[in-house]
Write a protein that binds this ligand. Structure first.
Ligand SMILES: *Cc1c(COP(=O)(O)O)cnc(C)c1O
Length: 355
C-alpha cells in the first residue's frame, strides 16, 4: 500500500486513473484513443465543454467570468497577467508571502511598476502578513492563496477596491470561497484538478483590453476567450484528466463536501503535530495551510530515522521542499482521510518509542 503525500504533481482519484487509462485505449467506445482524435471534433469539444461547465458550476461563477484552459503552467501566468493588465507606467501591488509569489513579482517587473505592500520574508515566510493598506490607484492586487512550499494559507479574502488577482495553484477547489470576488484566478492543474500540462485561468472580461502594448496571440486572453480555449491545439489529455477529476468532485458532493474532509484531514494532522514534542510545525497556527503541512524534527538523527520509517511504511512524498527542509505532507482533495490516519499513527508510534 502506498500513501501519496506528494506536493505536485500529486495524488488524483483512483477512478480517474482507471477511466483515463481506458480512454487511452478506446475513448467512449469509438475504437479510437483519446490521444488520436482531433481537438476540433465533437468528441473532444464535449470534453472541453464539460470541463468548463464543471468549473463554472463548482465555483458558482457568474456570467462575467470566463474559464480558460491554457498551456504553460502557473509560471506562464506570472508574466501573462502583467502583459495583459499592466502598462509600463502603471503600478501593480503584490503581497510577498512565499517562493511562488516572489517569482510572480520578478516577472511582473518586466512589464510595469511593482509595489510590494507587505512581506513575510523576515521570518522565512512562516506567516501571512496582515494589517497592510493597499495603495489607491494601483492596477491590481496579486497574492498567492496557499503557499505550497512554506505551508501557509490566507484563510480570508483581502478587501480591495482594485482588481483582485490570485494564484490558487495549490488550494483551488479545496474550500468554499466567493470566487466571483476575484478578477483573475489561475492554477496549474497538477495539484488539485488534474495532470500537469494545463493551467486553469478564470478571468473577468471587463479587466481586459486596457493595455497599450501589442500582445502575441497566444498571450492574449481575449483571443483565447473568443476561441474557447482552442486558439491552437490544447493539451487534450490534460484537459480530459481535469474533466474527469472535476466530474469526481461533483459526484463527491462538490467543494463544500470536500472542504469538510479537508478540514478533518488538516485538523487531525496539526493536532498530532502540536501534541508530540518531537515534531515542530514551522508555521504560526492561524496561518497554517490545510493543503500543505510543513514540520521539522530538530534532531537530525531522528529526522533521518523518521524518513526511513516513512519509506518503509509506504508513505511517499513527505520530504520538505529543498529550500525549507524537514517534512511536508500535502493533503490535496484526492488524498483520503485514511492516509492521514496512517501517517498520524506512525508519528505517535515514533514519538512513543523516542519519548
Ligand atoms: C506549483 C505552483 C506553481 C508553479 O506551477 P507550474 O505549473 O509548475 O508553473 C505556482 N504557484 C503555486 C502556488 C504553486 O503551488
Amino acid at each position: 500500500m502506498v500513501y501519496n503525500f506528494n506536493s505536485g504533481p500529486s495524488i488524483l482519484p483512483g477512478e480517474v486513473f482507471e477511466q483515463a487509462s481506458r480512454a487511452i485505449l478506446d475513448f467512449n467506445n469509438t475504437g479510437l484513443s483519446i490521444l488520436e482524435i482531433g481537438h476540433r471534433t465533437p468528441l473532444f469539444q464535449e470534453v472541453m465543454d464539460e470541463a468548463i461547465a464543471s468549473v463554472k458550476e463548482l465555483m458558482a461563477l457568474d456570467k462575467e467570468h470566463e474559464v480558460l484552459f491554457l498551456h504553460g503552467g502557473a509560471s506562464t501566468q506570472f508574466f501573462q497577467i502583467p502583459m495583459n493588465l499592466l502598462n509600463e507606467n502603471e503600478t501593480a501591488v503584490y503581497l510577498d508571502c512565499g517562493t511562488w509569489g516572489t517569482k510572480a513579482i520578478k516577472e511582473a517587473k518586466l512589464f510595469g511598476q511593482v509595489a510590494i505592500v507587505a512581506s513575510s520574508k523576515d521570518k522565512n515566510y512562516t506567516y501571512i502578513p496582515k494589517g497592510y493598506i493597499l495603495p489607491a490607484g494601483a492596477k491590481y492586487f496579486h497574492y498567492t492563496t496557499n503557499n505550497t512550499i512554506e505551508g501557509t494559507q490566507m484563510h480570508g479574502i483581502p478587501e480591495t477596491n482594485i482588481p483582485l488577482v490570485a494564484d490558487m495553484s495549490s488550494d483551488i477547489l479545496s474550500r468554499v470561497m466567493v470566487f466571483n470576488r476575484f478578477d483573475l484566478i489561475y492554477a496549474g492543474a497538477q495539484k488539485n484538478i488534474g495532470a500537469a500540462g494545463v493551467n486553469l485561468v478564470i478571468v473577468k472580461k471587463d479587466i481586459l483590453g486596457k493595455v497599450d502594448r501589442k500582445l502575441p496571440s497566444m498571450m492574449d486572453y481575449r483571443q483565447h476567450i473568443e476561441a474557447g480555449s482552442m486558439l491552437n491545439t490544447p493539451p487534450v489529455f490534460a484537459v480530459y484528466l481535469c474533466m474527469l477529476t472535476l466530474r469526481w468532485l461533483k459526484k463527491s458532493g462538490g467543494v463544500a463536501a470536500i472542504e469538510k474532509i479537508n478540514d478533518e484531514k488538516a485538523g487531525l494532522l496539526y493536532k498530532t503535530l502540536d501534541e508530540l514534542p518531537v515534531f515542530r510545525p514551522t508555521v504560526v497556527p492561524e496561518d497554517r495551510s490545510k493543503m500543505n503541512a510543513v514540520f521539522v524534527i530538530d534532531d537530525p538523527a531522528l529526522e533521518k530515522e523518521f524518513q526511513a520509517i516513512c519509506k518503509q511504511e509506504g508513505i511517499v512524498g513527505i520530504k520538505g521542499h529543498r529550500s525549507v527542509g524537514g517534512f511536508r505532507a500535502s493533503l490535496y482533495n484526492a488524498l483520503p482521510l485514511s492516509s492521514v490516519q496512517v501517517l498520524v499513527d506512525l508519528m505517535k508510534d515514533f514519538a512513543n518509542k523516542k519519548g
